[in-house]
Design a protein around this ligand. Structure first.
Ligand code: SIN
Length: 335
């Protein structure tokens, strides 16, 4: 009997720039510019990808991820929404600078359904450097995108053989290959040569997600970092500039000085949404323990770091969800 021809899965690679699209001056030097290589050239430089899947490439931007913007985030959403109508598409890989990768991953996780795998991938070392990691990471990301086990999961980050979920992944080291970790939840899987392995089952039912903001820029939300001898000046300035929300990168359990706390209370009384997060790299921020959040109409970030708290608040404000109690309910919903 004739064997059915096994069709390769289709994977869309959206390129945005970053070190993975950087070129070292020579094999010994780490000096480079992120996002130099075009999307097509980047994918063409990894011929092994063609053995894994039918690769389609769309260039979204060619930037260092420090320049990621609300407009590019929305552009990514639109590329993904369009691609997901293709029934042959197995999954989507997004090449991205590592500096703000966790923010883009988290944003997409909050505003897109979780059916087909969406994976962000980058590199800590540019192409051309002797031990560049970009090609191996990209190959791993495409393996995850084609794995049936990767369906119905959160948006993922694949770096250094490790799979992380968007909510818990954090860049924790400036230069190491093992730059990403998930201090609260741990990684969710590994790419072990040919094998994509997960430690947890996938979602058994449809997960909820929010509508993406309809336009860029998103509502203004500022992050204010707490420190010794802190006054309320930056908080008052942010309010004067018309901020809609302030994320406190607080000390410890999201705390701050008496002067800064007073300024936050004044801001909340003027209708600015205050979210207490923490500058500590792990743990949850707890309601009504050191600070009376109910009385102050504050929100706590739970496990979200300041930069992810900022994006979630922006999405909620863009969806006209503005009362602290509604906002708290969504911050407290882990998945
Ligand atoms: C960037 O985030 O674009 C530069 C750094 C990196 O990709 O690792």
């Amino acid at each position: 009997m004739q064997q059915p021809i096994h069709e390769k899965a289709t994977v869309l690679i959206l390129t945005t720039g970053g070190t993975i699209a950087g070129q070292a001056q020579d094999h010994k030097s780490l000096g480079y510019h992120a996002g130099q290589t075009s999307g097509e050239a980047l994918i063409a430089s990894v011929p092994a990808l063609k053995d894994l899947a039918n690769i389609q490439v769309e260039a979204v931007s060619q930037i260092g991820s420090q320049d990621m913007s609300d407009a590019i985030l929305l552009d990514l959403v639109h590329h993904i929404q369009k691609a997901e109508t293709n029934p042959k598409l197995a999954g989507i890989v997004i090449t991205h600078g590592t500096d703000t990768m966790e923010e883009t991953a988290f944003f997409l996780n909050e505003v897109l359904p979780h059916h087909k795998p969406i994976i962000l991938v980058g590199a800590m070392r540019p192409a051309g450097y002797a031990s560049a990691d970009g090609n191996a990471n990209l190959i791993d990301a495409v393996k995850v995108a084609t794995s049936p086990l990767a369906k119905n999961r959160p948006v993922m980050i694949v770096m250094n053989d490790t799979i992380f979920s968007a909510r818990s992944a954090q860049k924790m080291n400036t230069t190491n290959l093992e730059a990403f970790q998930a201090p609260n939840a741990g990684s969710i899987g590994i790419v072990n040569n040919e094998h994509v392995r997960f430690y947890l089952p996938s979602f058994s039912q449809e997960t909820e997600y929010l509508s993406p903001p309809s336009q860029a820029p998103f509502p203004r939300v500022d992050i204010i970092y707490s420190h010794v001898q802190m006054d309320g000046d930056l908080i008052e300035d942010a309010v004067k500039r018309g901020t809609k929300g302030i994320i406190l990168a607080g000390v410890g359990d999201g705390n701050t000085s008496a002067a800064a706390l007073k300024a936050l209370q004044n801001a909340a009384n003027k209708g600015v949404v205050i979210v207490r997060s923490t500058r500590v790299g792990s743990g949850f921020v707890n309601r009504n323990v050191e600070i009376n959040d109910d009385q102050n109409h504050f929100v706590v970030s739970e496990d979200l770091n300041p930069q992810k708290s900022r994006l979630l608040l922006q999405i909620l404000l863009a969806n006209h969800i503005t009362t602290p109690s509604q906002i708290q309910t969504i911050f407290s919903k882990l998945y």
